[in-house]
Design a protein around this ligand. Structure first.
Ligand code: C5P
Length: 277
């Protein structure tokens, strides 16, 4: 059996630049990845099967709609694979939450199938399959810090943050990405600026989807307010289209103290203490 991690994706900054005629938006974003997330396991089988385990296994819709199932079907078709696989998704990241979730799972599925069938992970056919599954799937397939433009799928690698402690917090309100993009006010507030320092560029940047996300999920403002009052916070911001927010720390002890403070105030919120590579 092969297992691939589907790490949580974090947008350090997300600048929306323009609406496009195809229904998408041109954006600029700084993608980084946590060390933890969902897990996809794959084994050869007589028939194709899909099963889910983990805390969020129950809140995902029908199998046929799952991006993991669609990714596997697309891979088999593109590479002419007749063999079947039993796939298990261990779901720990909240669904519709701005940290990749389904995109990370789809990318991990493609990576696992690529390993099983000796396809290079940077094979252009695999990258094209990823882009067809969703705007964030190519970034998740790359799985390392990158500057994203276009729909978020034109990628250029950037320096990572070098093991920076991160706390992710979600108020467990699912947020539709399409609804949040639709609520963007149409004002281009400018490019992501700065030199080579990814953290400095992130701090100087924004998440232009935050106001629209707060209209869908007002709890986002509450999450950010709590995160920003914690000791040692370097940057607190919403990721993607929300509602998950992240806080970066220099020291793991500050992250852990913040996690305890959030849990004491909001025991029902989801959180993940991790590291950004
Ligand atoms: O590509 P994906 O299916 O993940 O995108 C979900 C929705 O998010 C799209 O249908 C679109 O409404 C919105 N979106 C967008 N611009 C992007 C990425 C996503 O408008 N760059």
């Amino acid at each position: 059996m092969l297992t691939e991690t589907a790490p949580a994706k974090i947008n350090l900054a997300l600048h929306v630049r323009a609406r496009r005629p195809d229904g998408y938006h041109d954006l600029e974003t700084l993608f980084v990845f946590a060390r933890d997330g969902d897990r996809v396991s794959l084994a050869d089988a007589e028939a194709s099967t899909f099963a889910m385990t983990g805390r969020f296994a129950d809140v995902v819709g029908p199998d046929a709609d799952n991006l993991v199932v669609r990714a596997a079907a697309a891979f088999r078709a593109a590479f002419g694979i007749a063999r079947h696989h039993a796939i298990t998704l261990d779901k720990h990241l909240p669904v519709a939450s701005g940290i990749g979730g389904g995109s990370a799972d789809a990318a991990a599925t493609l990576r696992a199938l690529a390993r099983r069938h000796d396809v290079a992970v940077d094979d252009p056919r695999l990258v094209a399959l990823a882009a067809g599954l969703g705007a964030d799937v190519p970034a998740c397939l790359l799985g390392r810090a990158a500057f994203g433009s276009g729909r978020g799928d034109a990628l250029a690698p950037i320096a990572g943050l070098g093991d920076m402690p991160v706390l992710l917090v979600n108020p467990l309100v699912p947020v539709s990405t399409a609804a949040v993009f639709a609520g963007w006010d149409g004002v281009d507030r400018g490019a992501i600026t700065g030199g080579d320092d990814t953290l400095a560029r992130g701090i100087a940047g924004r998440n232009d989807l935050q106001p629209a996300a707060e209209r869908v999920a007002p709890q986002v403002a509450q999450v950010l307010a709590i995160l920003r009052e914690q000791a040692g916070v370097v940057l607190a911001r919403m990721s993607g289209s929300g509602a998950t927010c992240f806080a970066l720390f220099r020291h793991a002890a500050d992250r852990d103290a913040a996690a305890a403070a959030v849990a004491a105030r909001q025991p029902d919120w989801w959180q993940l203490a991790s590291m950004i590579a």
